[in-house]
Design a protein around this ligand. Structure first.
Ligand SMILES: Cc1cc2nc3c(=O)[nH]c(=O)nc-3n(C[C@H](O)[C@H](O)[C@H](O)COP(=O)(O)OP(=O)(O)OC[C@H]3O[C@@H](n4cnc5c(N)ncnc54)[C@H](O)[C@@H]3O)c2cc1C
Ligand code: SF4
Length: 332
């Protein structure tokens, strides 16, 4: 591993000011925050990430889960994934979030991994993690080895001719269905970003994965008040039952009255270049009778624009079945 300077931040404003010297935003930047380290240190060992300065943010007071005045929830950036998944309010009111986190990684990793680190985890595309291979995300302009290579795990929604990498997060899929907001402290002040606008599609700049700018520190995430009477499910399909990323997953937050859907929030994982909210599926469901045929119609709508690669065409039907089954589970 290359050499780098390491420092512990004790004050958010100072940490932001230091990180603002980075030439680019957090992902791929030369000055980096580190939280649990389960993404960043892995990639530093592989020489995929080579920051010259690493700022440990674990001592900042960002590790609390608190109620917000409007009845929602505020989740600090350094709250560990395990603490978030097992928090009684999250288990009761935001079950889809708890389920999504518990479906990911391992207990040991979840004890280290943090809210902001999970939001900013990087793709598992094998070429991104191999510095001998071309990769537009790691090294802009070098090409995409995955398009003609091993792409079974990669995306079918939101891809471009420059990158087809999947966003690997489970937590972000649930947060998309819960309409979370990401709060950032930057060199020029604070701002709030709806999760749907936080991650970027690859387009011609796959190296730029979020709207964060140099120095931006994610301070916390807020969830709106829970939706009364909603049922929530996170269903994850993968090659083995644990310690594996999703081939396809679905987060469903649905409300039913008199046998009809009155509200639906749906997001997919494992298939998109970003956590994939599906307003198309939601629109198909609202006002309709709760039955298998309507669930399948919603799944068809969610995958209508899917574009398969050479090895991952199976994901289209898999994702449809995943969503259909998640809807059945949520309304049973
Ligand atoms: C073997 C393995 C299996 C896994 N399986 C799954 C899985 O099935 N599902 C899943 O969803 N995830 C999985 N993960 C990924 C895991 O969830 C992430 O590695 C973890 O959430 C990252 O959190 P962290 O705090 O360790 O991040 P770090 O490694 O500390 O940081 C990650 C990135 O976020 C930036 N960062 C961290 N905090 C901030 C902040 N406050 N503001 C701005 N930037 C910040 C860092 O600079 C870095 O770029 C797996 C990981 C491993 C190693
Ligand atoms: S899919 Fe994206 S991350 Fe993977 S090799 Fe292509 S450019 Fe790199």
């Amino acid at each position: 591993m290359h050499t780098f300077e390491f420092e512990r931040a004790t004050n958010s404003a100072a940490a932001v000011a230091t990180a603002a010297h980075a030439k680019t935003a957090q992902q791929g930047a030369d000055v980096r925050f580190v939280a649990g380290g389960t993404t960043l240190l892995d990639l530093m060992k592989l020489n995929v990430e080579t920051p010259v300065r690493v700022i440990d943010i674990n001592r900042l007071p960002l590790d609390r889960i608190e109620a917000t005045p409007d009845g929602g929830l505020k989740i600090g950036a350094t709250v560990r994934n395990s603490d978030l998944a097992n928090h009684p309010v999250v288990k009761r009111d935001y079950a889809v979030l708890s389920q999504s986190i518990l479906s990911g990684a391992s207990a040991q990793l979840r004890n280290m991994a943090t809210t902001a680190g999970n939001l900013l985890q990087r793709t598992r595309c094998v070429y991104f993690r191999d510095t001998a291979m071309p990769c537009n995300k790691r090294e802009p302009g070098t090409g995409c080895a995955a398009i003609t290579g091993a792409n079974r795990m990669l995306a079918i929604l939101g891809t471009s001719e420059h990158c087809i990498a999947t966003n690997p997060s489970d937590m972000c899929v649930a947060m998309a269905a819960l309409e979370a907001t990401i709060h950032v402290q930057g060199p020029t002040g604070t701002r709030a970003i709806p999760i749907g606008e936080f991650h970027l599609l690859p387009g011609s700049t796959p190296d730029r994965e979020t709207v964060l700018e140099p120095g931006d520190l994610v301070t916390h995430v807020t969830l709106p008040p829970p939706v009364a009477g909603s049922n929530q499910v996170y269903l994850k399909l993968r090659d083995r039952a644990s310690y594996e990323f999703a081939l396809a997953s679905a987060a469903v937050v649905i409300t039913v009255a008199g046998g009809k859907v009155t509200r639906a929030r749906i997001a997919l994982g494992g298939v998109g270049t970003k956590p994939w909210r599906s307003p198309e599926a939601e629109a198909v469901l609202v006002g309709q009778v709760v039955d298998q045929a309507n669930f399948r119609k919603a799944a068809e709508a969610a995958l209508r624009d899917a574009k398969p690669q050479s090895e991952n065409g199976f994901k289209i039907e898999l994702a449809k079945r995943c969503l259909t089954h998640a809807l059945q589970m949520a309304t049973a």
